[in-house]
Design a protein around this ligand. Sequence first.
Ligand SMILES: Nc1ncnc2c1ncn2[C@@H]1O[C@H](COP(=O)(O)OP(=O)(O)O)[C@@H](O)[C@H]1O
Ligand SMILES: N[C@@H](CCC(=O)OP(=O)(O)O)C(=O)O
Length: 365
Amino acid sequence: MATTVVKLGSALVADDQGVVRDDVLAAVSEEIAKRSTHDERFVIVSSGAIACGLRELGITSRPTAMEELQAASAVGQGIVYRAWHEHLGRWGVRSAQVLLTFFDMAQRAHYVNARHTLATLLRWGVVPVVNENDTTTTDEISFGDNDFLAAQVAILVEARLLVLLTDTAGLYTADPRRDPAARLVSEVRDPSELRALEVGGSGSELGSGGMRSKVAAAEMVTGAGIPCVVASGTDREALATILEGGRAGTYFHARREREQSFKLWLRYAKPTRGELLVDAGAARALTERGSSLLPVGIVEVRGEFEPGDAVEIRHDGRVIGKGIVNYGSDELRRVCGLTSDRVRQLLPHASEEAVHRDYLVVLAP
Ligand SMILES: Nc1ncnc2c1ncn2[C@@H]1O[C@H](COP(=O)(O)OP(=O)(O)O)[C@@H](O)[C@H]1O
Ligand SMILES: N[C@@H](CCC(=O)OP(=O)(O)O)C(=O)O
């Protein structure tokens, strides 16, 4: 079974008055319904809750207070989901509302549960309509924008493709709203090609991440072996062409083989709580030989963390890896720089590795 994740930003789901754009939802629902088969499944990631909620409440300018945005989202989410339910339902396609938080992705048990629930829905032929659960998120643990959420969902369901639909025809050499000479970039083989471009933030009042967050989401999924397309959500032909395997908008090529799902979760979803500064020998062992990190190679422990938390591993001012640490920060401060024999004398029950190679991802060579 191949799954495609299709994400629609706020500006597509709702117009600038906060009214659901039925024409857009109808067209996307029709495409999805026409193509949903036993072997081809879809997940929709839909923004628009805040925009629709503000309209329902008669609030004309976007509030800045977090609790007001969260409350508006609670009002609007039902409106957005109901619209999807009706549009998909017209084609006999069943749907389900799935609200996720960053916490669901960061806690391994929640992550695995979310994956099982989505897999079950897809097996039943139900289209999950996903949004962030804005009610319970705080600034620190929010996805921030749904491009990142869509990337996480694509990795979670091991999608064959992530489609980010927006209000421009794709990624341009500069923001097309500001620069009339901007040209559409038809494909990106490597993120380094993006350095020359002006990739900006949101151009609309209600969108949050702009093109920058789409490029970050694309980089995330392509690194996980999943290609990504950024395309227009108002051009009916674009989605049809993409789903048929043709080209429209900007195509980001998948970069390498899929990593194990645990390592993808660690790389992209698990937040870090502290930093381990390591010496040159340890840095080489990790990046060149794929070794575990032993206390002897650690020169400094920064931050407070518990065993099982993720930490950043740094050398020479650069992040070289991320891993699940076997020690709490206080214990690790006692033993860093010590050989395994000395560690055993001081802490007889502690593990030999500060971070085991199976729980470690290398981020920079
Ligand atoms: N290089 C670029 N190419 C295309 N769009 C860009 C670029 N830089 C900035 N943008 C802006 O990003 C906007 C899309 O982001 P956003 O408003 O957050 O949409 P969404 O709600 O779909 O996530 C575009 O309307 C455009 O104004
Ligand atoms: N969860 C929020 C969406 C956050 C957001 O702004 O997303 P996007 O428009 O995709 O950049 C909502 O539904 O309003």
